[in-house]
Write a protein that binds this ligand. Structure first.
Ligand SMILES: Cc1cc2nc3c(=O)[nH]c(=O)nc-3n(C[C@H](O)[C@H](O)[C@H](O)COP(=O)(O)OP(=O)(O)OC[C@H]3O[C@@H](n4cnc5c(N)ncnc54)[C@H](O)[C@@H]3O)c2cc1C
Length: 397
């Protein structure tokens, strides 16, 4: 973040909150948080106010060069071989120091759903061919599951992969696909016609340049507007056998694993954003305290925001550590996703409310954050669906 906004964040970082708002971290983790925040402040263009809806490929590439896109990917595949906790930490820092939530969401969708799927289930050839560039910024991926009318009921797919000589003929429509307008490759889920059940779902890797792939115009949305999204159509699109990820019938398991990771990690950047919101209001409030009684209400709201952030951080980091330890259940990522996304919505509303009380110094940013936060209740499965998963985990469904 260059310019005046960057100076303000640097000044805010002297506040006591900077050191107390994170769970206990090791010295190395604290250093990574700081160096990632410094990278974002110094190297990423802070031009979101001018861009509004435009995707920044330049900032994407800088994040890739810094190493954050391939952070949890094994070094043998072009990543940095870090654990999930470290990656969550880095996204937390990026969310604090960079205001383009759409970019960070796009990177998260690419990393958690696509790159990690290939790292875990790709064939040696798929890993060799795609992962170094997916980590290094040369390629962008999109995860294509949702279809018109089958969002929450994800496995009721109508997209089909009909076996043909040497591969499959892919036909169907996917919608709300993050990164689709800029994607080089799609991770697509389709039902094998011969096996119309959740156990007959294939996960296919499809190059965007394949004949029969048609990417629709970019969709506008109220939040995350710098994260490009569109519909994708597949019409008699031939996917050769080497495009299969995992084995036939593994599509449901691969999707469930990817969405678990995505739900656990994709809101990590919102933690940093929530910290910045608190520090932004606190910074504007301090000189006004004692001048009028009304400002105490702003301080009370900030305390509530801090409590939501603190709880969210503990949950997010604890789950990341459990993922690294290989001890997690779907209900846990559902819970983290619900808590973080709703804390982000509530804190964004409170930040806006505070800003109005303080004379509106960050009005535009507050409005943008409200839209960005609202999307969190929907993507990676709506929060209603997450509550169903949590209830199932409690044995109540
Ligand atoms: C910003 C953003 C990015 C996205 N990126 C991607 C992407 O990259 N790839 C991708 O595949 N998809 C993506 N999606 C799609 C997203 O996963 C779906 O929008 C979501 O799963 C909901 O599906 P739907 O929109 O079809 O709503 P529906 O499933 O039609 O649901 C409509 C409403 O009914 C409720 N509902 C439905 N069924 C139940 C139930 N059983 N119990 C209780 N309530 C229920 C839902 O909670 C919701 O409120 C993205 C969405 C957003 C907003």
């Amino acid at each position: 973040m260059n310019g005046a906004a960057g100076d303000e964040v640097r000044e805010m970082r002297t506040s006591a909150l900077f050191d107390t708002m994170r769970p206990l971290l090791t010295r190395e983790q604290t250093e990574l948080w700081r160096s990632t925040a410094d990278f974002a402040l110094n190297e990423l263009d802070d031009d979101i106010d001018e861009r509004e809806t435009g995707f920044s490929r330049a900032n994407w590439n800088r994040c890739a060069e810094f190493g954050v896109i391939g952070l949890p990917v094994p070094t043998a595949f072009g990543g940095r071989g870090a654990d999930v906790t470290t990656a969550v930490l880095a996204f937390d820092a990026l969310g604090y120091a960079h205001r383009d939530n759409g970019l960070l969401f796009s990177i998260g969708a690419h990393l958690w759903s696509c790159v990690m799927t290939l790292a875990r289930h790709g064939t040696p050839e798929q890993r060799r061919r795609y992962l170094p560039d997916l980590c290094g910024g040369g390629l962008i991926a999109a995860h294509a599951m949702t279809e018109p009318g089958t969002g929450s009921d994800a496995f009721a797919l109508r997209t089909t992969a009909d076996p043909v000589d040497g591969g499959w003929a892919l036909n169907g429509v996917k919608t709300f696909i993050t990164n689709a307008p800029v994607a080089d490759v799609f991770v697509v889920f389709a039902a094998e016609v011969a096996r119309p059940s959740p156990y007959g779902i294939l996960c296919l890797l499809v190059d965007a340049s394949t004949p029969g792939v048609a990417v629709g115009p970019a969709m506008d949305k109220m939040g995350l507007r710098t994260s490009p999204m569109s519909e994708v159509r597949f019409e008699d699109c031939f996917v050769p056998e080497p495009g299969l990820v995992g084995r036939p019938g593994m599509g449901m398991a691969i999707f469930n694993e990817a969405i678990h990771l995505e739900r656990a990690c994709i809101l990590a950047s919102a933690l940093g954003t929530m910290q910045r919101q608190i520090e932004r209001s606190a910074h504007a409030l301090k000189p006004l305290l004692g001048r009028a009684r009304g400002y105490e209400i702003v301080a009370d709201r900030l305390a509530e925001m801090a409590a939501r952030l603190y709880g969210s951080r503990l949950l997010a980091y604890e789950l990341a550590q459990r993922i690294d330890a290989g001890r997690t259940k779907p209900a846990e990522s559902a819970l983290v996703k619900v808590k973080l996304s709703e804390a982000f919505v509530d804190n964004s509303r409170d930040a806006h409310h505070n800003d109005l009380a303080l004379g509106g110094p960050a009005a535009r940013e507050c409005e943008r954050e409200i839209g960005d936060a609202a999307a969190g209740r929907i993507y990676s499965g709506t929060n209603e669906i997450q509550r169903n998963i949590i209830a199932r985990g409690l044995g109540l469904r």
